[in-house]
Structures are given as structure tokens and as C-alpha cells.
Design a protein around this ligand. Structure first.
Ligand SMILES: NC(=O)c1ccc[n+]([C@@H]2O[C@H](COP(=O)([O-])OP(=O)(O)OC[C@H]3O[C@@H](n4cnc5c(N)ncnc54)[C@H](O)[C@@H]3O)[C@@H](O)[C@H]2O)c1
Length: 596
């Protein structure tokens, strides 16, 4: 029989502690909530009441339940109040010496049978446990932020944690309505080990002016369906906490340079820009602790269709190619009211593309998203051609042919001869340098990348890739076109992977390495990212959908361009591709899809 927890203690009522108090109290457990001073206690109380009041306002918690919840919490200054609880969980700042001192004190105060738990994100639970005389009763219970919302708990057992304690804590997690994954004591456990390299990389992109904070965040939200962008997430986590986690992971996790905190982080922490909790981090918030972003001097001026400075007028658009992307892009432009010239390599291919566009538009009608009239009008705007000469009078050409540099360069050289001056020439490449394509023409200032996502009619994001030769006017025109299409255009520099793939694929590759190292299972890793971080799919689900061969090719490109040792493709990924396990499309990847 699992032990009964009737009262628990929570030490430190900051970002995480206050949320953890709420989780216990919501589930009928009495909580002794402890802080270091009266002032900190008041802030902790405000954190808790702020969160529960918001839940009441949103209709997620009845007023009476909130009152009952708050009545279960006994706010106290000092650890002595914890003498009779069954379990203590600490959520004080991420410093080993602080946590060790705290555990030594708790060991002297708490009942001998009490379990002592840490919510550390990156420190060694083993090192914390040996500061007590009961290391077998010390365990990691790692909640995710915000604790009342995120379903996952990582239960971290050390080599000395007793099996009964692990079982008791697992049963407690179930009682709290959480899903637990139980793992060994390794820096960053599952989720943070996969998350923090990505977050740090996003900060590096921002620091190097690769893209704006809004564009980096929009790219990951809209391109990957994440609940928030990486910089907004850093603000939620707290930049001081994020710095400490990165620093510990760098030292404990094999000195992977990707975990060495980007210098900007340290500067921001020193300047008191800690994120939401201090009212300012990458963004500015209404007041400390508020989730509401307010405009500041970095907020871009509002632009809408046709408003972008210096944009050229675009009325007629050529789309070259006959694959999935070209088909989707034709539909997107035609629906937005542009006249479209589709060019393929032959009448047969044109007929196929035309059929595919019709089928997709018809689906829109069946689903009630498009009227029959609008469908017919959209189709009426498209002309079908098999010769590039028909692009002589278009204002914009979007190229979506096969992903081979020689083919794209030859096409751009032809377009250079055929198209009138001042035309915007865009490539949808997802991995080739746009500058290589631009230099195949005599007008590199007019060439830009327009990286649509698949399926183009559905995905709201377009990456606008500026090369070092792209003119201001070209970029402004590309932004204005995206706005007319109803897409969010994010502007970034011409580097391998642009924003989304550069941030996404190393994370997927890290997940493969974690599996390869037998730290956890594909199911638990997928669970951790979905339930701990709100990702729509776990890394292995996503890899199987994207295709392992495609993923490997992108990861290789990133590695070749950036020479970052941590980006080297995971050997397991290479082996699976060699074995023909490419994901859903071949029936087997990380999982077997033949019987699903
Ligand atoms: N922020 C996150 O997203 C997140 C997520 C999961 C886990 N964690 C982990 O949770 C822990 C706390 O992080 P946080 O972000 O909540 O930090 P925080 O800075 O928001 O809060 C820390 C709180 O601890 C209090 N405190 C400091 N020393 C104390 C002491 N000796 N006794 C009692 N209280 C004390 C502080 O007054 C403060 O209120 C860290 O170990 C962190 O790694 C953080």
C-alpha cells in the first residue's frame, strides 16, 4: 500500500513553488508554504492568489473551491513549521550550495520518515541527497511551468532512492492528476535536456540580429504549433533560473557548447531583466508577474496589407513547379485575389496540378470554408502553361521546383532573361543558400526566399529569407505580399535552416541521441515533450511524420554549415535511414506503422 500524504511542505514560493502549492491544495492536501522572509511570503501569497483568481475569472475554478483551496495553505516564514509534514518539496533558486544547506536543515527538522524532494531542473539530486542523513528518502519531483497546467512530472530517482519512496511518489503524482515519467539522475532529465539547447540557440539568434524577437517566436509557434515561442518561454521560466539551468547543464552534461549560456543572458540577469517576474525580459510586461506583454521601444510598427514601406505593387504572380508545394502555393495566391500563371514542364503535369488545386478548393467548399463562387473565382484567376515565356509580364515569380541547386540556378538564369525588370524573384528552397540562386541572375537585389510550410494553404507561416544582396524594397514587398496572403511573414538571414528548421532539427537529433543512450524510451520522451512543454507531437512522432531521410538531410546541412559538434547527426538516425526505416512513408521509422 502506498503511503498516505495528508500534509506536505513547499519551500520557496516563486515561479514554481507557488504553482506547486496550488497543485497540492487543489487536490485536497494540506500545505505548509514556507518562505525566507515576510516580504517574500507576501509575494508568494500574491503569486498563489493571482493564479487562483485568474482561474476563477476564466471559469476554471469555482469561487468556493478557490476559498477551500486557500484555506488548506498555511503560510509560514522559516523551516521550523515543517516539523510534522509527510513530504517536503523545495523550489528555491537553482544553486547547489543553497539546496544542500536547505536539505541538511530539513533533515534535522522533519520527521525521520518524511520524504524530502527537490524540484531542481538541472542539479544532481544525488549531490543534494548526500547533504542529509537519509539519502534513500530523497527524490526529484520535477514539475513543469505553470505547475497547475502542465500534466507532466519527472520523478528522478538516484542510485540510493528506495524503491518504496519512488512508488509512493508515483502514486502521489497519479492522485494529483499528473502523468509521471520516472528516470535516473542526469543533467536536465528528459525535457530540459532537450529544451534548453533550443532555447539558448534562439537567444543566440536574437543576440546576433538574425531575426527579431517577434519573428523568432512567431516562427516556432506557427511553424511547429508550439504553445509559445522560445523567447516568451524564457521570460516565463525566468532568465536567472534559465541561466543557472544552462550553466549547470553545460558543466554536468559534457560541456556541450550549445548549453554555454549566451552572453546576453548573463547581461540581462545582471541588469535585473528576469522575465515576467520582474516585469521585463525579452519582452516588457504590464507589471511584475503579469503575463500581459505591452509595447516597448522594440515593438515593430504595425503593418498590414499594402502598408509596408516601399513595397512594389504586385498583381500577377508566376508559380513554377508541379509538386505539393507549387500546388499549394498556386491555391494560396489565387484565393488571395492574385492573377496566377502556373508553369510546369508539360501539359500533362499542368493538368495534374490543375486537378490537385481543384480538389483542394473543393474540399474547402465541402468543409464550408469557401463558397462555390469564391472557388470558381479563384480557379478563374489561374492560367496553366508549360513555357516560362508566359512569365514575361508577371510581377512576382515563386519557384517551387526540385530541391537541387543546379536545377534552381538554371531556372533563375532563364527567369533573368525572360522576366521584365523590377520583378520579385522568390525561391521556396528549404535548405539551399538563397544567395547561390540569386547570383545565377544579374539582379540579386530582387531575389528573396519565400519559405512556405506544408500544406501551404493551411500553415500560417512564411519565412522571408534576405540574402546579403536582397534590397530593402524587395524585403518590404515580400512582407506586404505575405500580409495580403493572410500569412505571418518572418524575416530572417540566409543561413541553413532559416529559423524553424535550425531550431527544430537539432532538438529532434538530441532526442535520438537520448534514446540511443538508453536514458529513456521513445514513448516517455514523446510524453515528456507533449505533457511537459505542450508540444503538439513528441520528437519521435514528428520524425516519423517528417521522414527520417528528410530529417537526416536537414541535420547534415546544419552540421556542414555551422560545424557545431553537437549538430552531428545521431548515429542511430543514420542507421535507421540506411536500413530503409524512413518513418510513416515506409511503414516503419522509430515506430512500426504497418498495423496502425
Ligand atoms: N522556472 C521554471 O520554469 C522552473 C520549472 C521547473 C523547475 N524549476 C526549478 O524550481 C526551482 C525554483 O525556481 P523558480 O523559477 O521558481 O525560482 P524563483 O526565483 O521564481 O523563486 C525562488 C523562491 O525561493 C525563495 N527562497 C530563496 N531562498 C530560500 C530559502 N532559503 N528558504 C525558503 N525560500 C527561499 C525566494 O524568495 C523565491 O521566492 C529551481 O530549482 C528551478 O530550477 C523552475
Amino acid at each position: 500500500m502506498a503511503r498516505e500524504f495528508t500534509s506536505v511542505g513547499v519551500v520557496g514560493l516563486g515561479t514554481m513553488g507557488a504553482g506547486i502549492v496550488e497543485v497540492f491544495a487543489r487536490n485536497g492536501i494540506d500545505v505548509v508554504a514556507v518562505e525566507i522572509s515576510e516580504g517574500a511570503l507576501e509575494r508568494g501569497r500574491a503569486n498563489l492568489t493571482g493564479s487562483t483568481d485568474r482561474a476563477v475569472a476564466r471559469g476554471k475554478l469555482a469561487e468556493a473551491d478557490r476559498d477551500a483551496l486557500l484555506s488548506r495553505v498555511d503560510f509560514q516564514v522559516g523551516l521550523d513549521a515543517l516539523h510534522s509534514v509527510d513530504l517536503v518539496i523545495e523550489a528555491v533558486p537553482e544553486h547547489l550550495d543553497l539546496k544542500q544547506r536547505l536539505f541538511a536543515e530539513l533533515d534535522g527538522i522533519c520527521r525521520p520518515e518524511a520524504i524530502l524532494a527537490t524540484n531542481t531542473s538541472s542539479l544532481s539530486v544525488t549531490e543534494i541527497s548526500v547533504a542529509t542523513g537519509r539519502p534513500n528518502q530523497v527524490i526529484g519531483i520535477h514539475f513543469f511551468n505553470p505547475a497547475p497546467v502542465m500534466k507532466l512530472v519527472e520523478v528522478v530517482r538516484t542510485v540510493v532512492t528506495s524503491a518504496e519512496v519512488v512508488a509512493d511518489v508515483e502514486a502521489l503524482c497519479a492522485r494529483l492528476g499528473k502523468v509521471d515519467v520516472t528516470i535516473n539522475d542526469r543533467a536536465g532529465f528528459i525535457a530540459n535536456a532537450l529544451l534548453f539547447g533550443y532555447l539558448n540557440h534562439a537567444v543566440a539568434m536574437y543576440e546576433s540580429h538574425y531575426a527579431t524577437r517577434e519573428d523568432i517566436d512567431a516562427a516556432m509557434k506557427l511553424g511547429c504549433g508550439l504553445p509559445m515561442g522560445p523567447l516568451a518561454l524564457m521570460d516565463l521560466i525566468g532568465l536567472d533560473t534559465a541561466y543557472e539551468i544552462l550553466d549547470t547543464m553545460y558543466r554536468r552534461g559534457g560541456r556541450d557548447r550549445r548549453h554555454a549560456p549566451v552572453p546576453l543572458l548573463k547581461q540581462m540577469v545582471t541588469a535585473g531583466l528576469l522575465g515576467r517576474k520582474s516585469g521585463r525580459g525579452f519582452y516588457t510586461y504590464e507589471r511584475p508577474g503579469s503575463p500581459k506583454v505591452v509595447p516597448d521601444e522594440r515593438t515593430p510598427a504595425a503593418t498590414g496589407p499594402g502598408l509596408a514601406d516601399g513595397a512594389r505593387a504586385i498583381a500577377k504572380v508566376g508559380v513554377v513547379g508541379s509538386g505539393t508545394m507549387a500546388t499549394g502555393i498556386i491555391e494560396v495566391f489565387a484565393k488571395a485575389g492574385y492573377e496566377v500563371v502556373s508553369v510546369t514542364r508539360g501539359a500533362e503535369k499542368s493538368a495534374k496540378v490543375c486537378e490537385a488545386v481543384k480538389t483542394s478548393l473543393n474540399k474547402g467548399v465541402v468543409r464550408g470554408k469557401l463558397s462555390e463562387r469564391d472557388r470558381d473565382a479563384a480557379l478563374g484567376r489561374v492560367t496553366w502553361s508549360a513555357t516560362l515565356d508566359h512569365l514575361a509580364d508577371v510581377d512576382l515569380v515563386v519557384e517551387a521546383v526540385v530541391e537541387e541547386l543546379s536545377v534552381k540556378k538554371a531556372l533563375f538564369a532563364s527567369l533573368d532573361e525572360i522576366c521584365k525588370p523590377g520583378v520579385l524573384l522568390a525561391t521556396t528552397t528549404s535548405s539551399l543558400p538563397v544567395i547561390d540562386v540569386a547570383m545565377a541572375t544579374h539582379r540579386p537585389a530582387d531575389v528573396v526566399g519565400l519559405h512556405f510550410f506544408n500544406p501551404a494553404p493551411v500553415m500560417p507561416l512564411v519565412e522571408i529569407v534576405r540574402t546579403i544582396r536582397t534590397s530593402e524594397e524587395t524585403a518590404a514587398t515580400a512582407r506586404a505580399v505575405c500580409a495580403v496572403l493572410g500569412k505571418t511573414g518572418v524575416v530572417c538571414a540566409d543561413r541553413s535552416g532559416f529559423v524553424v528548421n535550425a531550431l527544430l532539427f537539432p532538438y529532434l537529433n538530441d532526442a535520438v541521441r537520448m534514446l540511443e543512450a538508453s536514458y529513456s524510451t521513445a514513448d516517455d520522451i514523446d510524453h515528456a515533450m507533449k505533457l511537459g512543454c505542450g508540444y503538439p507531437m513528441g520528437p519521435f512522432e514528428l520524425l516519423d511524420v517528417v521522414g527520417l531521410d528528410v530529417s537526416l538531410a536537414i541535420q547534415r546541412e546544419l552540421y556542414l554549415e555551422l560545424r557545431e559538434p553537437g549538430f552531428a547527426p545521431a548515429p542511430l538516425l543514420e542507421h535507421l535511414v540506411t536500413a530503409g526505416y524512413l518513418g510513416r512513408k515506409s511503414g516503419r521509422g522509430f515506430r512500426d506503422h504497418t498495423n496502425r
